[in-house]
Every structure is written in C-alpha cells, then in structure tokens.
Design a protein around this ligand. Structure first.
Ligand code: GTP
Ligand code: SPV
Ligand code: MN
Length: 607
C-alpha cells in the first residue's frame, strides 16, 4: 500500500498539522494511520494488540491490575548519548558537549532511513501537551510513531489525545507545537512476522533547535522514543527557555511541610539514576515533617510577578528506575505502581504473573529474567536490567501535592544539585549566593550510571545534571543561569545547595543511609533558609556542624557522620585540574563570573 492510499482513520482541520502528517506518511508509507484519542477503548485495543504481538505480557489482575510486562531487545535498554544530536544551524550553538551535524545533511541522511520505514505498520499521531492544557501558553507537541509501546507509554507520561487536538485546532495558526517524529526503523515486508521488540541497530536521536523539531529513529526505549520527555521538555524546551527567560531543568519538585505547618517547595537536579524519584517521594524519618511530590524528573521554572521562581512539572507519569525500589526505600512509588495501569520494562516476570527486580521484597524462587531466561536467586546474572523501568500515572501517587494541578506552579525556596561521588563531595554544602550556586551546578560531577549506554561508574562533569539534555551551547547555558540571577531580586531567589548521598567509607559502603534519612538534610536546608541552623565556612561553601544536623534516632556512628560531612582540602585540590580542564572546553563562552568563582575557590584552597 502506498502513502496516498493509506487510509487515515481521522484527520485534523488544522491544515499545517495535516500537511505534516501527510508528508510523513508519504515518506514512511505506513499501512494505516491512527490519531490517538486518549480514550479507554483505545488503551484496551492497544494493549490487546501488544499482548497479541508478544511485546506485552498482561500481569495478574489481582496483583497489578491493567498492567503489563515488556522486555526490550537486549541492545535497546537506555538512552544513546553518542547517537544524540543537536543540529543547530551554526555548529557553535551546539557547543562542545553535544554531537552536531549540519541540519540539512542530517535531514537528508534521516530521510533515507525514514523512507518506507513504517511499511507493514500503523502510524500513530499523538497530539500531546507538556504541562497543563489550561496554561496561559500550552506547550503542545505532536508525536508521530510506528510503535504501539510508545503510544501506550506516552499515554501514561503525557496528557494526550482528543482534548489536546481540539485545542490545537481551536487556536489554529496561533497554536505552537513541536513536531516530533519517531520510528523504530523496522519495516515489515508482506507476510513478514514481527518481532516482540522492533528496533534498528542504527539509531539517531536528533533535535533541530531553531525549528523546534525532533526526529528519532531506531530505538523504542523511553528517553529515545517518548519524545515529550527529554527531547522536548529538556533539549528543545531549554532553547525556548534561553530565548524567553526561563529554565527547563532535569529536576524533581517536592513540597516539604514542617511540624509547624510551614510549607516549602524544593527542586533538585541529580543526574540520571542518582536519586530524583526517591527524593521526590521521600518518607521523612524525622517526626512531624511531611513530604508531598509534584514531579520526579523535569521542572520548568519561570519568574512570577512577585519575583519568585515558580516550578511546574510538565509530565503526567513517572518513568522510574525499578531496581532498588521497595517498601523501605520508596513506599510511595510502590503504592503508586501497585494501583496498576502501569508498564514495566526489562524487569523479571514471576511465575505467578507479577514482576520482580533486584532490591524488591519477596524474592521469588524462580522467575523469567529480562532476557527471557530462567532465573533463580542462585543465578549469576541479574534478573532485571539495571536501567529497567516502571511507567506509572502520577495521579495514582498517594502523596501527589494538590498544587501539581496548578498551571502557575509553586514558588521554589531551595535548589539542590547533587551527584554520585564516592569521595570528595560532602553530604551537603550551601552556596554563598546564586552565582556560587551556579558555579556548583556548572562543575557538578557524578559517576555514570546505566541510564545511558556506555561505561558505568566513570566520574564526569554533568552540569546541572543536564549534560545530555542541554539543547544548545553549555557555555551559553551557564551564562543564562548567571544572567537570571543578575536580573532577579537576590532576596527572592532560591538558595542553592550541593548534596551527595553516595560518599563511601573505607570498606566501600555508603556512609550515609540515604532515602528517608535525607529528610534530615532537607530540614537543615530549611533551617539555613530560616537562619536557624549553624554551619562551618569552608573553601567550598557552608557545611553543617555535626550538631546542626538533626541526628535524633539516626543509626550512624559519629565518625561516619564526620566523614560524610568532611571537606578534605587535598581531595578538593585534586579536583581543581579537572574543573579547569572542563571550563577550558568552553573558551570564550564561559562566563567570566564562573572563572572568578574558580579563582576564588583556588585561592581559598591555598592554590
Ligand atoms: P532517572 O529517572 O534516571 O532520572 O533517575 P533518578 O534521578 O530519578 O534516580 P532514582 O531516584 O530512580 O534512583 C536511582 C538509584 O539510586 C536507585 O537504584 C536508588 O535505589 C538509588 N538511590 C536513590 N536515592 C538514594 C539514596 O539516598 N542513597 C543511596 N545509597 N541510593 C539511592
Ligand atoms: C533519565 O535517563 O534521566 C530518565 C529516563 O529519566 S529517560 O526517559 O530514558 O531519559
Ligand atoms: Mn531523568
């Protein structure tokens, strides 16, 4: 069947959108076109189709209602940073931290890949909005994909369907939307049987920042394929934010309520698989304190009329790391997924129709691993991929804050930066001011994780936890942070802190128990903001005195606490050449203010 006679089940009255859909269909030649409505019937039809294809296994209705297990192709398990491009018109605008190719060259190359790539498949058109449909300027997108898995996941992760489409049509030419094209790149010849997880060894995840468009090819994995998430809400949105004076960040948003019923909102940027979801849904161990959640991965932050920085979570679901999640580390995530309506990818399937992963309670005597192999507790291999994920609706979260539904967002009191460092970086450090905090963010370092393909455990600079997500020159991005601080009322800006839950003792164990105990650090942060807690001034910033941190009931030796909080000048001196090398990458694009911060740090370290 050719594109011209591929019947569209519906279309749109929005001429420009229809023209793009037609153009893509002509190029990719799908057998069918379907517009995603967002209805329950559609979910049932899609998931049935996925079960029939073997991509999904329906889980036991009594254990995980309306939920599904999927195992990907073993080669398609994470974001592919080396295949991710920022195709700005001018190479300079892509900067030294992103891959670049001339946009026209990239389009030619990818048109070659897209040609006929949806043959034998259905092309789905997903109208979606990141953030609220009721926002002053709704942030629309339209994803075209040939993957039912992507459609099902997008329905969980973003607000999709008829209502969004109707609003785009109503706004007509005024409707700004990001066209996002995705294909798994696995056309089917007539009569060819499909595989459970179609994908292509050749992958491209491409952002065109000036055009605000996304082209993705070859992968079905979350961050590569659910294009509303990292591709739009961070890479494209960071460019929009630069142009319009706001911030699109890889941050969780939480609401903290003190025993005195004071409310504070905190945003925190940690690299992938470094603890955002867990902190966002934290169950405090200190009496009287309460946490509610607003978001676990992405924050869009704009200045309000009152001069404060307001954050909204543009997403509609959690796409969380499964291993390590359990009733102790994250009871709120557990109760969210136990309500069902979820998709689990690359975890283990138990014999009684449930899922399991490393770290979860009730280890099964036997299960099927993510690779489809027999697994028992004696197996040498992991049952679940380290980057296996649950995809679950945010509205099922028991501690979702009411403010999640406010398109204007919440005023942020503190921003935490954090990473995974075995050494050097103390449990918590307070920045002196916004600029110093920007320096902390710009020099943030972390050990790489399984969330991206490549080596795990290698220390790299991951500025603001945004290294793979800044849609333009990172030097310009630093400048944007500096400028926002310069133009703002300093008394209203969030206070910035740098945390590290992952420092190790001499035996290699974590010094700090983490998870719910992180509430102690949040309390110190709030008390610093309120001017109530003591701190020691060190070359890198203010760290708690051991007495200023609430350690009541904390099962930890004084020596370990001291080590967790310690600032070792020698370790920091060793850090300096790495920071210098990092900054040198940016040449003239590095804001002079950050160089001044570095010089100040060196001077304080006696260098
Ligand atoms: P992305 O979804 O990839 O952006 O990850 P994330 O930042 O949301 O990370 P997440 O909260 O899912 O945590 C990733 C891993 O870190 C999990 O295996 C957690 O168990 C572990 N982790 C999270 N918080 C802590 C902590 O406070 N201490 C320790 N030791 N581990 C933690
Ligand atoms: C991350 O890697 O930071 C994630 C998962 O949150 S993904 O959607 O794949 O980007
Ligand atoms: Mn993330």
């Amino acid at each position: 069947m050719t594109a011209t006679d591929a019947p569209a089940t519906t279309g749109t009255s929005h001429a420009k959108l229809q023209a793009w859909v037609d153009e893509v269909a002509a190029l990719t030649t799908p057998d069918r076109i379907e517009w995603v409505t967002g209805s329950d019937e559609e979910w049932t039809a899609l998931t049935n189709k996925l079960v029939e294809a073997g991509t999904f296994v329906r889980l036991d209705e009594n254990k995980k209602p309306n939920s599904f297990y999927a195992a990907s192709d073993p080669s398609d398990v994470a974001r592919v940073e080396d295949r991710t491009y920022i195709c700005s018109v001018d190479e300079k605008d892509c900067g030294p931290t992103n891959n670049w190719m001339d946009p026209e060259k990239m389009k030619d190359l990818m048109r070659g890949l897209y040609k006929g790539c949806m043959k034998g498949r259905t092309m789905y058109v997903i109208p979606f909005v990141m953030g609220h449909l009721e926002a002053e300027k709704p942030m629309f997108g339209v994803e075209i994909t040939d993957s039912e898995y992507v459609v099902a996941s997008m329905r969980v992760m973003a607000r999709v369907g008829d209502k969004v489409k109707a609003r785009i049509e109503e706004l007509g030419d005024d409707a700004k939307y990001v066209p996002a094209l995705h294909s798994v790149g696995a056309p089917l010849e007539d009569g060819q049987a499909d595989v459970k997880w179609p994908c292509n060894p050749e992958k491209y995840i491409v952002q065109f920042p000036e055009e605000r468009t996304i082209w993705s090819f070859g992968s079905g994995y979350g961050g590569n394929a659910l294009l509303g998430k990292k591709c739009y809400s961070l890479r494209i949105a960071s460019v929009m934010a630069r142009d319009d004076g706001w911030l699109a960040e890889h941050m969780l948003i939480l609401k903290l309520i003190s025993p005195e019923q004071q409310v504070y909102y905190v945003a925190a940027a940690f690299p992938s698989a470094c603890g955002k979801t867990n902190l966002a849904m934290l169950k405090p161990t200190i009496p009287g304190w309460k946490v509610e959640t607003l978001g676990d991965d992405i924050a869009w932050m704009r200045f309000g009329k009152d001069g404060r920085l307001y954050a909204v979570n543009p997403e509609f679901g959690f796409f969380g790391v499964a291993p390590g999640t359990n009733e102790h580390t994250n009871p709120n995530a557990m109760s969210t997924i136990n309500k069902g309506n979820s998709v689990f990818t690359n975890v283990a399937l138990t014999d009684d129709g449930d899922i399991w992963w490393e770290g979860l309670e009730n280890t099964p005597a036997h299960a099927t691993s993510w690779k489809g192999e027999d697994w028992t507790p004696d197996s040498k291999e992991l049952s679940s991929h380290p980057n296996s994920r649950y995809c679950t609706p945010i509205e099922q979260c028991d501690i979702l804050a009411d403010e999640y539904n406010d398109p204007n967002g919440v005023p942020i009191s503190a921003i935490l930066f954090g990473g995974r460092r075995k050494t050097t970086v103390p449990l918590v450090t307070e920045a002196r001011d916004w600029l110093h905090g920007t320096f902390m963010g710009a020099t943030l370092s972390s050990e790489t994780t399984a969330a991206a393909t490549g080596a795990v455990g290698v220390v790299r600079r991951d500025p603001m936890a945004m290294l793979p997500f800044i849609g333009y020159n990172a030097g310009d991005y630093f400048n944007h942070w500096v400028n926002l601080g310069k133009d703002a009322d300093a008394t209203k800006l969030p206070k910035i802190f740098y945390v590290n839950w992952f420092r190790r003792d001499d035996e290699g164990g974590f010094l700090w128990p983490g998870f719910g105990e992180n509430s102690r650090v949040l309390k110190w942060v709030i008390e610093r903001i309120e001017g109530k807690a003591a701190a020691i001034e060190t070359p890198i910033g203010h760290v708690p005195t051991p007495e200023s941190l609430d350690t009541d009931g904390l099962d930890m030796s004084d020596a370990d606490l001291e080590q967790a909080l310690s600032v070792d000048a020698e370790e920091w001196k060793a850090e300096i050449p790495q920071i210098e090398e990092w900054f040198a990458k940016f040449g003239d694009n590095l804001p002079t203010q950050l160089q001044v911060e570095l010089d100040g740090l060196k001077a304080r370290l006696g260098l």
